[in-house]
Design a protein around this ligand. Structure first.
Ligand SMILES: *[C@@H]1O[C@H](CO)[C@@H](O)[C@H](O)[C@H]1NC(C)=O
Ligand SMILES: *[C@@H]1O[C@H](CO)[C@@H](O)[C@H](O)[C@H]1NC(C)=O
Ligand SMILES: *[C@@H]1O[C@H](CO)[C@@H](O)[C@H](O)[C@H]1NC(C)=O
Ligand SMILES: *[C@@H]1O[C@H](CO)[C@@H](O)[C@H](O)[C@H]1NC(C)=O
Ligand SMILES: *[C@@H]1O[C@H](CO)[C@@H](O)[C@H](O)[C@H]1NC(C)=O
Ligand SMILES: *[C@@H]1O[C@H](CO)[C@@H](O)[C@H](O)[C@H]1NC(C)=O
Length: 283
């Protein structure tokens, strides 16, 4: 199962590149694709000029630049051992997949996050009387993809005392955001930054549920806010009640809570109103 998942999520590895010097060569894909939260494998195999080699061997992986970049993984296989003992594995997320005695120092990275977007360089070192080493110069570019996720959704009061609904989602490819709801709110603005995009629905006029949908080629995500205006007494106070829901499940829970609160004589709703009132008073 591990293996199947593993192949599925990785490797749009297309071009193989080789570099050689004095009988050494390294073979790595130029680009690999991995999905946020999953694992990816970076393949690296090498050839060396020596007839046989059964002394201590060290495998190293760096990020960012060859020779100088931060070492994220290192393991040492002592004389003729097949076992490569890990001595460096940043945050414990890197492990060797290949068998270095079979000229394979492929690496697996677990639980990918956006920070893993980088270039990776593999290196092998022979020690003992041979003292020889080689590192790939080209590196593997790790491209990250992710199904959409709603990062934040909220209603805020603008300077002109009108209300705006704001939805931020992340994903790669960058998701397309759509607002739906009791319409006639007319203006939207969109801004995006690397893998995040924000869309704002301005001048909310109608009460009700506003839904934000984020879609990219890998999937979709929804979130919703409830916007209610109350005109109290003489009408000068506007109270807004909003439920913020990240994702459908939480949303459903809040709807149930909300209905429950209605039936129980509304202590829950009153609390929300008071909170908002005190926030407005600061303005
Ligand atoms: C490695 O880093 C040092 C200091 O950061 C720099 O002086 C040197 O030129 C770098 N070497 C290479 C090969 O990039
Ligand atoms: C290197 O090892 C990995 C993991 O075991 C394997 O998937 C890959 O096919 C190996 N590469 C070669 C060229 O044998
Ligand atoms: C994966 O990484 C995220 C942070 O990027 C962390 O919150 C989460 O606990 C990690 N999951 C596992 C299973 O290590
Ligand atoms: C990603 O990098 C940023 C800045 O370098 C850091 O603040 C953040 O904690 C990192 N996130 C993870 C999941 O490693
Ligand atoms: C969501 O956005 C609102 C408005 O920009 C902000 O006040 C709030 O802190 C954000 N919440 C999170 C979890 O980022
Ligand atoms: C958009 O809505 C605002 C506030 O309701 C209104 O003043 C403005 O005329 C509307 N603009 C358009 C193009 O409908």
């Amino acid at each position: 199962m591990q293996g199947a998942a593993f192949f599925q999520l990785s490797l749009l590895c297309i071009l193989k590149t080789g570099t050689a010097s004095k009988g050494w060569s390294m073979h790595v894909p130029s680009e690999v694709t991995g999905e946020i939260g999953k694992s990816v494998s970076l393949h690296c195999t090498f050839t060396h000029p020596h007839q046989t080699y059964d002394k201590t061997l060290t495998a190293i992986w760096r990020v960012k630049e060859p020779y100088n970049g931060t070492v994220v993984f290192k393991c040492v296989a002592h004389s003729s051992s097949n076992l490569c003992k890990t001595t460096v594995s940043l945050k414990n997320r890197y492990r060797l997949l290949g068998n270095p005695r079979q000229n394979n120092i492929s690496l697996q990275i677990d639980n990918l996050s956006w920070n893993d977007s980088n270039r990776y360089f593999c290196r092998v070192e022979f020690s003992g009387d041979l003292h020889d080493k080689f590192e790939s110069r080209t590196g593997i570019r790790l491209h990250l993809i992710a199904a959409p996720r709603i990062v934040n959704i909220s209603v805020q009061a603008g300077e002109d005392h009108s209300f705006h609904a704001k939805c931020t989602a992340e994903g790669e490819p960058l998701p397309t955001l759509t607002w739906a709801g009791p319409l006639s709110s007319n203006i939207t603005s969109v801004s995006s930054m690397s893998y995040q995009v924000t869309k704002e629905l301005r001048h909310l006029t109608h009460d009700g549920r506003y839904t934000c949908t984020a879609i990219n080629s890998l999937g979709r995500a929804d979130g919703a806010v409830y916007f209610y205006k109350y005109k109290a007494g003489s009408g000068s106070w506007i109270l807004v009640l909003l439920f913020v829901a990240l994702g459908i499940k939480l949303l459903a829970l809040l709807v149930i809570l909300g209905i429950g609160a209605f039936w129980k004589g509304v202590p829950f709703l009153r609390l929300q109103e008071i909170q908002f009132q005190s926030e407005s008073a600061q303005d």
